[in-house]
Design a protein around this ligand. Structure first.
Ligand SMILES: Nc1ncnc2c1ncn2[C@@H]1O[C@H](COP(=O)(O)OP(=O)(O)O)[C@@H](O)[C@H]1O
Ligand SMILES: [Mg+2]
Length: 264
């Protein structure tokens, strides 16, 4: 039922760009998409085309003290680990705090998941966890988590709730080496599907060759080409909802969505 996708990768590799384009394309195909932004610098809203005056006012859930207190019984500084309810009731959070990006797209800015606190009971993880465990998916529902941290921060038991570990990398040795680790971690934690997105590609042949050397032939990959239009839109303060459907990167992400759609 539905699909839960974790998008991870090195900072700046294009996680938010790929997550936002994937979201918009799924939405245009009639799916309902819930996007969770767990980045320390949350900017998925901008990429999805939420107007700056609204995006700038978003308070991440974990910074919303009242909500955290209500859902977890703890206030900041009171010792999260002790007072935490492990499964805060989140059934109403999407309705109360979700931003309606368009008819069938909701965004919840969860807030930063601290990668150094592996397996911790900090509020962001508890909330993200509750979401993943309790958000019921119907056939045409997609959850996309834009996360700077890899699957390991979610810990065992939660990581395996993801159906797809989508690792975004630039076509460089270092970035692909990080992606390889993310793929391995995802596998160890029980995520069924891993796919590497090689993003900002200018020379596809070279990118494939480098992929072969760093990650090898057993992991599926998709190439998303470099599109000058993407930084251009960003500099104009516009979202990727404005990216033309014949843009190279748009067409490449469409192919990625074709692939993901088969997993739903
Ligand atoms: N396919 C692409 N073509 C051109 N620029 C891109 C592409 N993907 C991402 N970018 C640019 O790279 C930068 C980092 O992308 P972003 O999605 O914010 O990365 P992350 O979320 O991983 O930190 C942004 O300025 C974005 O506009
Ligand atoms: Mg990002």
């Amino acid at each position: 039922m539905g699909l839960r996708i974790l998008v991870s990768g090195k900072g700046g590799s294009g996680k938010t760009t790929v997550a936002a384009l994937t979201t918009l394309i799924f939405a245009r195909r009639g799916y309902n998409v819930l996007v969770l932004d767990t980045d320390s610098v949350p900017n998925t809203a901008q990429s999805l085309g939420v107007p700056p005056e609204i995006a700038s006012k978003i308070v991440p859930l974990v910074k919303n003290e009242e909500l955290v207190a209500e859902k977890t019984g703890a206030r900041p500084g009171e010792g999260w680990g002790l007072l935490f309810s492990l499964t805060p009731d989140v059934s109403d959070i999407v309705d109360r705090y979700g931003i309606r990006v368009r008819e069938n797209v909701r965004l919840v800015v969860v807030g930063s998941i601290d990668a150094s606190k592996e397996g911790c009971l900090c509020p962001a993880i508890a909330l993200a966890k509750a979401f993943l465990l309790h958000v019921l998916l119907k056939k045409r529902d997609i959850v996309i988590v834009d996360s700077e941290a890899g699957a390991e921060v979610f810990g065992r038991g939660l990581a395996e709730k993801f159906d797809v570990n989508l690792c975004v990398a630039e076509p460089t040795f270092k970035s692909l080496a990080i992606a390889r680790k993310l793929v391995e971690l995802g596998k160890q934690l029980g995520i069924r599907h891993s796919v590497v997105v090689i993003n900002k590609v200018e020379d596809p042949l070279r990118a494939v060759e480098l992929f072969g050397k760093t990650i090898g032939s057993e992991v599926p990959y998709h190439i998303v080409r470099y599109s000058p239009r993407i930084p251009q839109l960003e500099n104009l303060g516009m979202g990727l909802d404005r990216l033309e459907e014949n843009d190279v990167a748009y067409r490449d992400v469409e192919k990625l969505v074709d692939y993901l759609e088969k997993l739903v």
